[in-house]
Structure formats: structure tokens, C-alpha cells
Design a protein around this ligand. Structure first.
Ligand SMILES: *Cc1c(COP(=O)(O)O)cnc(C)c1O
Length: 422
């Protein structure tokens, strides 16, 4: 498609966009009396309007039924979380029984490490990407120390090459092969939070498993943003948060995936609690743990219904639209944003550089040569919500659910004015 940098063209793309109507399903913050242009769905997704209804329903059931709500609410609480597994499994390309919703992301990574990081004196190394998300780094370091190893020996980071902005798959594969039977675990962020790069999860998983290591993925920036086929890729485990592209609400519940070969097992190392036991005998309060035959076996506590409710509301929209349609729009929308950025770059003196490689979801990370934080502040004042990272990078993530082509065009004009008004 031949893109054009004008309002009529952007509006014509919106007119032919089948997802355009979903914009009305979200709440937008207001600046100067207008909906903002929201580029930070990679940090906290907008609130779906149906979320309130789902939360109100729980509040009313609690008021009217109190403890009886566990079994007699419209959506009974005792198995409320199970409603999320099927739609979520479609988003991550898994079988329904391989998916569960619980806790928060860093907590779940720790819990999954109990099952999938079983170091020995010979095989104890963990491969990850250089400068992984800080919480993931702290999680890995503390796990390694917990098992009596030194993070300096046990954690191997794959670096980008000098002068390059993205990791090369070949470098990751080479490092996996080099570590061989010392490699206990590969754990990488499926989409890097900083440069927006999508890793070749299929190839890396295959290579890791070939050495005999476990392979897991942190999908915080991947879920709801790119095509995932966790089961077919033979991934051992994964976890993600739901408040970024999944629009579930601040700090909301995390999801986990565990490959079916680990399900319905009693002898797997795992931290356990009563919500992981078989449903039909759970309330007999027996001393022996009988695991649920699915990923729910990793559940510990009864679910926080008030937080899972808006997540379920959001998943309903994903179910309705489907990942395929979302990704189709996302490709064109992101390409249009890229085009607009290049157009602005031609018209202003100070240049900027897109550091996101071709393997990407909707996020474009832009290095602003010569422009500083004042530009970011200017954008905020004009109602463009972006995200600033040191040293000089703004991240732009036009989520296809609620961003429009007109937003991209308008952003371009505001950006140009911001740079020129300095
Ligand atoms: C957002 C994000 C987190 C956040 O972890 P929480 O436990 O939900 O606070 C962790 N890891 C990565 C890679 C992230 O992008």
C-alpha cells in the first residue's frame, strides 16, 4: 500500500478498518477536553467499558449473597478463574488445560522456576538476554543464589553486537550450543520491552530443548501483541502479566502456560496450595494433595475475584475480535506510524532513528538524537501519551484495539511542531 501523510488518507484507512468500532469500547483519558492519543498500551492498556459491569456484578453478589456467592453467584467464585483459560489459550496458542490465571507475573516466574529450574553441579546455567527487564533479572539472580550458585557463573547473557540495536538469532543459538550440557534453562522475554524485538521463539526453544535444558518465556510484552503458538513450539512454560496489551487493569492477575507433558503429575517439583487440588474433593479438606489435571495444579490460593473480573471482561473482547484480525490491523497501523515517523524526520533538522528491528509487534522504539525529555513533556501536554526511557528513547505502541490511523497522522503533526518549536 502506498501511504500518504495527510488527514484524508488516514481517515480513509479508518473507514475501511473493521476494528474501528472497538474504539468506542474503551475509556480514554482526556487532555484539553479531547481523547488522548494513547501509545502506552505496552505499559497499561486502556480500560474496556465492560470492565465496570463485571466488577459491579461481583460487588452485588458479595452484598446480596456473601459467602454463598462462592457457589451461587451468577458466575460462582470458586471456579471463576476457569472461565479465563479457554479464551486466553487462544491468545497464546495453547490447549485450554495448559493455561491458568493466578498471582502476578514475577510471583509466577518464581513458582515456575521451582518446577523448571532444577540445577545440578554440572547443569546449572541460565541463558537470558542482556539487560532483561529488571524484575526478571532480580528473579533469576535470587533463584540462582537460593540454589547455592553465584549469578556471575550461572547467568549467561546474550549480548547485542557492537553498534547493533537488536539481538541476532544466530548468536543466541550459538551460545546455547556452546553451553550444551551445562545449560539448565533458557528464559528470555519473548518481546523485548526496550527495543520491541520479537525473538524467534520456535527456533530458540528447539535449540534449548535439544541440549536437554528447559525453555520458558516471559511474555509480558508478547501476549495480545504477537502471534503465539506455545504448544506447537514445544515451549515448556511461560508466564505473562495482563495489564499491558491485555487491558485487564493495573497490577492485575498473571497467566501461566505449562506444556501438557507436565500435567496430571503428582511427582513434579512444585509449591502447592489448596486451589491446586482436584475440584471434586477440594472441600473434603483431606491431608493429601491431589493435583488438578491441568495448569491449575500450580494454583495456591482461592482467586482474587475482584481483579479477575475485569480481566474476564477484556478477554471477552479478544474472543470477539480474535488475534488474527487484531494482528492484521496492527501490521498496517504500525507500518503507517513508521511511515509518518520517516516523513517527519525528513522535515525537521534533528534526526531520529527507529531502533526496533523488522521482527516486531506494535511497538516502535525511537532514539531521538538531539531531542531530550522536553519533547516528551511537550507531547504529554498536547495529549500524546508516550513512554520515555533513558538515555533518549520514546516507545510508541499503537495498540490496534483502540488506536486509529488518524491518531498516527495527528501524532506526526504534533511531533513536528514539538521539534520545531524548541
Ligand atoms: C511488565 C513486566 C514485568 C512486570 O512484572 P510484575 O510482576 O507484573 O510487576 C516483568 N517482566 C517483564 C519482562 C515485563 O515486561
Amino acid at each position: 500500500m502506498q501511504f500518504k501523510n495527510n488527514l484524508e488518507f488516514a481517515q480513509s484507512l479508518d473507514k475501511s478498518d473493521a476494528l474501528q468500532k472497538y474504539r468506542q469500547q474503551f475509556h480514554y483519558p482526556q487532555v484539553n477536553g479531547k481523547d488522548v492519543i494513547y501509545f502506552t498500551g505496552n505499559s497499561l492498556g486502556l480500560q474496556p467499558k465492560n470492565a465496570q459491569k463485571y466488577v459491579d456484578e461481583v460487588m452485588q453478589d458479595w452484598a446480596k449473597l456473601a459467602v454463598e456467592g462462592h457457589f451461587y453467584a451468577e458466575k460462582p467464585w470458586w471456579d471463576y478463574h476457569e472461565r479465563l483459560a479457554a479464551p486466553l489459550a487462544k491468545v497464546v496458542g495453547a490447549k485450554t488445560e495448559e493455561v491458568s490465571v493466578m498471582n502476578t507475573l514475577t510471583v509466577n516466574l518464581h513458582l515456575l522456576m521451582v518446577s523448571f529450574y532444577r540445577p545440578t553441579s554440572k547443569r546449572f546455567k541460565i541463558l537470558c538476554e542482556e539487560k532483561a527487564f529488571p524484575s526478571d533479572q532480580y528473579m533469576l539472580q535470587s533463584q540462582v543464589r537460593f540454589h547455592g550458585f553465584d549469578p556471575k557463573d550461572a547467568i549467561v547473557e546474550v549480548k547485542k553486537r557492537e553498534g547493533e540495536n537488536a539481538w541476532r538469532t544466530e548468536d543466541i543459538l550459538a551460545k546455547i550450543e556452546e553451553l550444551g550440557d551445562e545449560l539448565a534453562l533458557v528464559l528470555i522475554g519473548g518481546v523485548n520491552y526496550y527495543n520491541g524485538q520479537v525473538f524467534d521463539m520456535q527456533k530458540i526453544t528447539e535449540a534449548g530443548k535439544k541440549t536437554g535444558a528447559s525453555v520458558g518465556w516471559d511474555l509480558a510484552h508478547a501476549v495480545g501483541n504477537i502471534a503465539l503458538n506455545l504448544h506447537d513450539w514445544n515451549v515448556d512454560f511461560a508466564a505473562w502479566c495482563s495489564y499491558k496489551y491485555m487491558n485487564s487493569g493495573p497490577g492485575n492477575a498473571s497467566g501461566i502456560y505449562v506444556h501438557e507433558r507436565y500435567l496430571d503429575k503428582k511427582d513434579i517439583p512444585r509449591f502447592e496450595g489448596w486451589w491446586g487440588t482436584k475440584k471434586d474433593t477440594r472441600f473434603l479438606m483431606k491431608p493429601e494433595f491431589e493435583p488438578m489435571p491441568n495448569a491449575d495444579a500450580w494454583q495456591l490460593s482461592n482467586a482474587p475475584i475482584l481483579s479477575v473480573a475485569p480481566y474476564l471482561a477484556s478477554l471477552q473482547l479478544f474472543e470477539e475480535v480474535g488475534m488474527e484480525a487484531l494482528l492484521e490491523k496492527q501490521k498496517v497501523l504500525t507500518a503507517y506510524l513508521e511511515f509518518i515517523l520517516h516523513e517527519v524526520d525528513k522535515q525537521v533538522e534533528s534526526s531520529f532513528e527507529i531502533i526496533t528491528p523488522k521482527e516486531r509487534g506494535c511497538q516502535l522504539s525511537v532514539f531521538l538524537h538531539g531531542e531530550g525529555k522536553p519533547l516528551f513533556d511537550y507531547l504529554m501536554k498536547q495529549g500524546v501519551i508516550t513512554d520515555w526511557r533513558e538515555p533518549n528513547v520514546i516507545r510508541l505502541a499503537p495498540a490496534p484495539f483502540y488506536c486509529s490511523f488518524e491518531d498516527m497522522y495527528r501524532f506526526g503533526t504534533i511531533l513536528k511542531e514539538g521539534i520545531q518549536s524548541k
